[in-house]
Design a protein around this ligand. Structure first.
Ligand SMILES: [Zn+2]
Length: 705
């Protein structure tokens, strides 16, 4: 096992370090005009030391434990560390440098050890336990949010191994440190591997079909790396967007192959050794803590509760999804007159050709094509007349850009968010929304939300949230035109942002998106519904040059086309979710020993689950599945569809209650978004819906009923 990184860093922080004191900027926005790479590590190291000292004072307090001197004191502690670490972990995926990556690898084991030191402190545990015992005995009455905080804290102690014998505690500590460090290593190899996998095109003729914008972007990408020609860069998914438009089947096959080979190419960016060790160590840790495997350990702390509940839901969806995808494949083959895909025989479609053919079918059947839609989907208009407008109509929010404030990268835009004013009162500032929409080489793939400051009444802090996307930046002076998927993603990520912005809780640790991961995607998925709302769609889908609204028959056709493609989408997603479960439902001894076994294990797992449909590969293959090996979603990728059950049921709730109204928005805000993690999230859902979730609306939505 690894030892903790030896550091000579001082635990004293230079007062000139921008993290040394709370930022004086509005909403405590980190002061990026002065923050430099070299400020992060000393601030985090000093922050850890300060936090440890605060916790030591709580643990050794001669007074008997109270809510104030123990639970609240713990919530107040660690502010220097929080400031520096949130800023660091926000910047790392979004605008990385080799220096930041190095810092991350050095810090990873320190963070694991830091968390262990607090949750393995027997004196602290004793104080918290005395409160739990008093509450259980009826000698202490707690507010509901405090009771929930206490319950979750006791669970965290248990899962940290406080009840284990000393030698096992030591072992657990080593496992945690090694796992965190391996996860960081996986992410680093993946980013380097994705850059390496980019496909360089030197013959312009091969690019036929690609939009002028995408072509210009590819040209710029090549130039940025000092290469001649056009560079097709990899997105994180197996599926690459350029495949929908490239007419050259040979180039499509090259892109698909490069995409699917990531992480398994040999050499220093091969991820297989790292992921095997991760799977094995996670399984060892789960068993040490008394769980059958890592997936069981994860499910126990989620709203799912058990692996059986997860597997049951996935198994209920898989056969219908694959049958749907096969129907779609035969339609694609028929309409295009194509029959590719090698041994698949007639009616089959090669994975590399799927989206190109799909685009042809969409054009023919629904008369829709991305190139024709794009001029109607302009980013600036979408943001103000779509995403922000929906939030205004639902929650009474308004937005004003703050060009006087500076983000962590020149592309970051900052908006101040205002709550609906009370009659006769001025607008109240609610928080800040940072928008970082464009892709760049220093940014990881995908789209996500992060928080720089979390709302809480205890410290009187208001939220500062960030959205990251990977939209290709147009040449200077040109508008940013989108495809429909990007529209949906923008609404989705903003749904997470709203969860953070509309949080209304007392404790920092219960703020906004601090909910189990099989719940956190739910509010963001619900927010996607407004992209389809006629009133909103009409308002943002306007031609960026002529000002003409998108033809209404196109809108009708788009609505009609929604179920088309669900077979593909559900199958590629379920395949990834099932792979995640397969890797994490293993005992340590069952994890394959050799890197040569990784892809065969993957193939066998997909076959066993009935999702081994060659035309539709998993959304992520094992070797570039960053969600599960690079970070937080291990054994939790099922969460998206678990959350979607709640989402589809909530869309029905809106429909039953009159749709896009302030009254409905207010109910969703107060009963759900505002509650954050201050109570059992499923209780929040049931409070809103008036009953537990029903799976039927999801099956109907995805055409699986
Ligand atoms: Zn999300």
């Amino acid at each position: 096992m690894t030892s903790i990184h030896e550091t000579t860093m001082s635990t004293e922080l230079d007062p000139a370090n921008p993290f040394a004191a709370p930022s004086g900027l509005p909403y405590e926005l980190p002061d990026y005009s002065v923050i430099r790479e070299e400020h992060y590590e000393p601030a985090i190291i000093a922050g850890m030391a300060a936090h440890r000292a605060e916790v030591e004072a709580i643990a050794t307090d001669p007074e008997p434990a109270t809510v104030e001197n123990t639970l609240e004191a713990l919530e107040r502690a660690g502010q220097l560390l929080g400031r520096a670490a949130t800023a660091f972990y926000n910047q790392l995926p979004s605008d990385s440098t080799p220096g930041l990556e190095d810092i991350q690898e050095r810090l990873a084991p320190l963070f694991a050890a830091h968390q262990d030191a607090i949750l393995m402190d027997a004196r602290l545990h004793e104080r918290v336990k005395s409160l739990a015992d008093a509450a259980a005995a009826g000698a202490l009455t707690l507010e509901p949010d405090t009771a929930y905080l206490l319950e979750k804290l006791m669970t965290r102690f248990k899962r940290a191994g406080i009840a284990l014998p000393g030698a096992d505690q030591e072992k657990l500590r080593d496992l945690n440190a090694r796992i965190t460090s391996l996860q960081a290593g996986f992410g680093r190899k993946l980013l380097a591997g994705a850059n390496e996998a980019s496909v360089l095109v030197t013959d312009e003729a091969e690019l036929a079909g690609l939009s002028p914008d995408a072509k210009a972007g590819a040209k710029a990408a090549a130039a940025a790396r000092g290469q001649e020609g056009w560079l097709l860069e990899m997105q994180l998914f197996t599926h690459q967007n350029v495949l929908a438009s490239l007419q050259d089947a040979g180039l499509r096959a090259r892109v698909q192959e490069a995409s699917m080979a990531r992480g398994a190419t040999g050499g220093e960016n091969d991820t297989r050794e790292v992921l095997l060790e991760l799977a094995r160590l996670r399984a060892e840790r789960a068993q040490l803590l008394g769980y059958e495997h890592h997936a069981a350990y994860i499910a126990a702390d989620a709203t799912a509760g058990t692996t059986a509940a997860v597997s049951k839901m996935l198994a209920r969806l898989a056969p219908a999804a694959v049958a749907n995808a096969k129907r779609e494949a035969s339609e694609l083959a028929k309409v295009s007159g194509a029959s590719s895909g090698g041994e698949g025989g007639p009616g089959t479609v090669a994975a590399a050709d799927w989206s190109y053919l799909n685009e042809a079918v969409r054009k023919e059947r629904f008369n829709l094509d991305d190139a024709a839609l794009r001029p109607y989907l302009e980013l600036e208009r979408l943001v103000h007349h779509g995403v922000f407008k929906a939030a205004g109509l639902l929650f009474g929010l308004s937005f004003a850009e703050r060009t006087d404030l500076q983000g962590y990268h020149p592309d970051v835009r900052i908006f101040e968010v205002f709550d609906a004013p009370e009659p006769g009162e001025p607008n109240t500032g609610l928080g800040l929304f940072l928008a970082d929409w464009y892709t760049r080489e220093s940014k990881r793939g995908g789209a996500w939300m992060d928080s720089l400051v979390t709302q809480n009444h205890l410290l009187g802090q208001k939220p500062v949230v960030v959205n990251n996307l990977n939209i290709v930046k147009p040449p200077a002076g040109e508008p940013t035109l989108l495809v429909w998927d990007e529209v949906t993603t923008l609404f989705h990520e903003f749904g997470h942002a709203l969860h953070g912005l509309l949080s209304d809780v007392r404790y920092p640790s219960q703020s906004g998106t601090s909910v189990p991961r099989d719940f956190v995607e739910y509010p963001s998925q619900v927010n996607e519904m407004w992209s389809w709302e006629p009133e909103i769609l009409k308002s943002f889908a306007v031609h960026h040059v002529t000002g003409e609204p998108m033809p209404s028959e196109w809108v009708d056709t788009m609505l009609a086309s929604r179920i088309w493609g669900e077979g593909f989408a559900t199958t590629e997603y379920l395949a990834a979710a099932l792979l995640d479960q397969a890797w994490h439902q293993l005992a340590p001894s069952e994890v394959p020993a050799s890197v040569e076994d990784v892809l065969p294990f993957e193939a066998a797992a997909l076959a066993a689950a009935g999702v081994d449909f060659e035309s539709v590969p998993p959304r992520y293959r094992t070797t570039y599945f960053n969600h599960i090996f690079g970070g937080g979603y291990s054994a939790g990728y099922y969460s998206y569809i678990w959350s979607e059950v709640l989402d589809a049921d909530t869309v029905e709730w809106y429909a039953e209650n009159g749709g896009l109204t302030r009254e409905n928005g207010e109910a969703f805000r107060r009963k759900l978004l505002a509650r954050g993690g201050s109570q059992d999230p499923l209780a929040s859902f049931e409070d809103l819906r008036g009953r537990p979730a029903d799976i039927a609306p999801l099956l109907k939505r995805r055409g699986l009923a």
